[in-house]
Design a protein around this ligand. Structure first.
Ligand code: PEP
Ligand code: MN
Length: 293
């Protein structure tokens, strides 16, 4: 019987922390997400050109990033907007992966594309618009690839956890929960960043929690502040849009950081990472033991 904070999540039992499972660490290449270090996933919203992708990959690799993001299949709200290069974009990502030793995260839009995307990507991204596309969740889960599950823009935390529960139920334990902002009456930013959700998810679930400050903010000036808030709230990683020339981006340029902006953001995270690291290196059990001493 679940009590208090946990009550609303009774139908997602396997994602909740319990005596059986306190922490899930998701391995991606030689990286571990959820083990205490901040996992950085960065790159352009859309894969556009070989030059754009390689320049970004090269910069990010030098900045210490190990996971490159880039959309090849794009879920655009307008039918007239750039829809992504599809397979050609996936192949560009694969070249960046080989050239720079980066893991790749990219969105998969429908279940029939899962085998193709899973062949090249290290992490499958399920976008906000597809959080409750259960046929897609099943196909993605069965691919065996780790899955970054974005919170639906109109989904509650309980909805997010039910979708995560589905993925676990389909036999895939490697789920990364992603807060990317939700729709509220507030329109000053693209979405309302639910920092409390990050803290709550860290408290009640054993799954790693990733924050996407780019889609929450919608404006690059706000991205570093939201990234700092996410780190302070306990996020295990960040998914950030970076472009060599954001003004010329084919999608989401407004919210993309240029290389200097990205480096500055990373520097600004350092003090926060320094603060939280010691407690993160101990297990929950160990921390409880220390507190009760
Ligand atoms: C993206 O990551 O570029 C994207 C489309 O994200 P979301 O699904 O959060 O809108
Ligand atoms: Mn985007």
């Amino acid at each position: 019987m679940l009590a208090g904070l946990y009550e609303g999540f009774a139908d997602s039992p396997d994602v909740l922390k319990g005596p059986q499972r306190e922490l899930t660490v998701v391995p991606i290449l030689d990286i571990e997400i959820g083990g205490g270090d901040l996992a950085m996933m960065a790159g352009p919203c859309s894969v556009e050109t070989e030059f754009q992708l390689m320049a970004t990959a090269s910069h990010l690799r030098r900045a210490g990033v190990r996971i490159l993001r880039g959309g090849a299949f794009k879920p655009r709200s307008s039918p007239y907007a750039f829809q992504g290069h599809g397979l050609a974009g996936i192949k560009m990502l694969a070249r960046a992966r080989t050239e720079y030793g980066l893991a790749i995260i990219t969105e998969v839009l429908c279940e029939t594309d899962v085998p193709l995307v899973a062949e090249y990507a290290d992490v499958l991204q399920i976008g906000t618009r597809n959080m409750q596309n259960f046929a897609l969740l099943e196909a993605a889960a069965r691919s065996g690839r780790p899955i970054l599950l974005k919170r639906g823009m109109m989904a509650t935390i309980a909805d997010l956890l039910r979708s995560a529960q589905c993925i676990l139920e389909f036999g895939n334990p490697h789920v990364l929960l992603c807060e990317r902002g939700i729709r509220t009456f507030e329109t000053a930013m693209r979405n309302t960043f639910d920092a409390g959700a990050i803290a709550l998810l860290k408290l009640i679930t054993h799954l790693p929690v990733i924050a996407d400050p780019s889609h929450a903010a919608g404006h690059r000036e706000m991205v570093p502040a939201l990234a700092r808030i996410a780190v302070a709230a306990g996020a295990d990683g960040l998914l950030v849009e970076v472009h060599p020339c954001p003004m010329e981006a084919w999608s989401d340029g407004e919210q993309s950081l240029d290389f200097v902006g990205f480096d500055d953001m990373m520097l600004s995270l350092d003090p926060l990472l320094g603060l939280r690291k010691p407690s993160n290196t101990f297990s929950l059990q160990e921390r409880r033991r220390r507190v009760s001493r």
